[in-house]
Ligand binder design. Structure first.
Ligand code: ZN
Length: 364
């Protein structure tokens, strides 16, 4: 994080664009992301035109260039992010977001990062995609590293280096006990807003108190029994039967994005409802309990990764009509709330919140 407060400037609302403003403020206060755009980046020369990255650069610079004192931040004229909105019109499927309708800030974040990654990927000729065939002889660490190297060989940008981690998914066959694993890159973790079915550890989630983000992480990584229509054919013994599925973090990103699944969807994709549960958002977060057994091997460090919260996207209101704001650490331990054109100082990071929706954590 920055040593002194900076980036104290609001963004004008161009008609239901608070989903964009809140997301952009969180990114503009993520130094690995913002420093890239503040440092006069030379964009990779590509056949495709670079549209979105310069538009993002202009917004990040406008947010940081104003540079008022904490006390005078309120009086700084908000920046008009029209250029970024226009750029999104030129980059499908981001043009989905320019219809002046309400949109999901997390969905927007994911597409924005993916599209920026497309433009900023320094790999000119990605090697062809190879289909995985597991012979169960390759050590897990070797397999994870090989698949990560394959991913980075196709996709290498400031976005992947900042946000991408690797998730291990294992499925253990109940018949022969063989564990088949897959390793997939992730750019955020989408957590269910509930405690694990075995009950929460360390309070919360029991109904009365707030649900802890740790509880949500436990629910996300708890063993899931695959049976009935979820069964699959075991690649080893070729029997279709029950199995246990488990998710673990294998490689952790510099910036960990946690999405709390507040919005549920009904059958056939119909809008469901919003969960207003209060969430205990820890300032310090360790991924220790959620790592793959061998995640600390192979020169990746002896200690479980520790993260500090630096930004939160908040959602107030219902599924049909709501509003987004951002709470960000702006430097020197100071926190600000960015509410479209307005920004104002806060006492500190959000602790227990009914509105916290997307959490941004920086690796220490
Ligand atoms: Zn089997």
């Amino acid at each position: 994080m920055y040593n002194t407060p900076r980036g104290l400037r609001g963004l004008q609302n161009l008609g239901n664009t608070c989903f964009l403003n809140s997301c952009v403020q969180c990114l503009a206060h993520a130094p690995p992301f913002s420093d890239y755009f503040l440092s006069e980046p030379a964009y990779p020369r590509r056949r495709k035109k670079t549209i979105l990255a310069p538009a993002m650069e202009a917004v990040v610079k406008a947010i940081h260039d104003a540079n008022p004192s904490v006390a005078s931040a309120r009086r700084v004229a908000a920046h008009n992010p029209r250029g970024l909105l226009r750029a999104m019109d030129d980059v499908p499927p981001l043009d989905l977001f320019t219809d002046r309708d309400q949109h999901d800030s997390q969905e927007f974040l994911r597409m924005l990062l993916e599209n920026l990654n497309d433009e900023l990927n320094v790999v000119e000729k990605p090697p062809p995609y190879r289909e995985e065939k597991d012979d169960f002889t390759e050590p897990e660490n070797v397999k994870a590293d090989r698949l990560w190297a394959q991913y980075v060989a196709r996709c290498d940008s400031v976005m992947t280096r900042t946000f991408a981690g690797q998730l291990r998914s294992s499925v253990e066959c109940h018949k022969c006990g063989t564990c088949s694993t897959s390793y997939d890159p992730f750019w955020d973790l989408s957590l269910p807003l509930r405690a694990s079915k075995k009950g929460s550890v360390g309070g919360g989630g029991g109904g009365a108190g707030p649900i802890g983000v740790i509880d949500c992480l436990r629910a996300f990584t708890e063993d899931e029994t695959l049976e009935g229509s979820d069964t699959r054919t075991c690649p080893k013994c070729k029997v279709k039967g029950s199995a246990t599925k488990r998710l673990r973090v294998k490689r952790w990103p510099r910036v960990l994005v946690i999405h709390l699944k507040r919005f549920t969807w009904g059958k056939s994709g119909r809008p469901g409802k919003k969960m207003d549960a209060a969430v205990d958002v820890p300032y310090d977060l360790s991924l220790g309990d959620f790592l793959a057994d061998d995640a600390l091997e192979g020169g990746r460090g002896l200690h479980p990764p520790k993260y500090k919260l630096f930004a939160v996207t908040n959602h107030m209101g219902s599924l049909g009509g709501g509003h987004y704001t951002a709470s960000c650490e702006v430097g020197g331990g100071k926190w600000f709330t960015f509410n479209d054109e307005n920004c104002s100082g806060e006492d500190g990071p959000p602790r227990v919140s009914k509105h916290a929706y997307v959490l941004f954590y920086a690796l220490q």
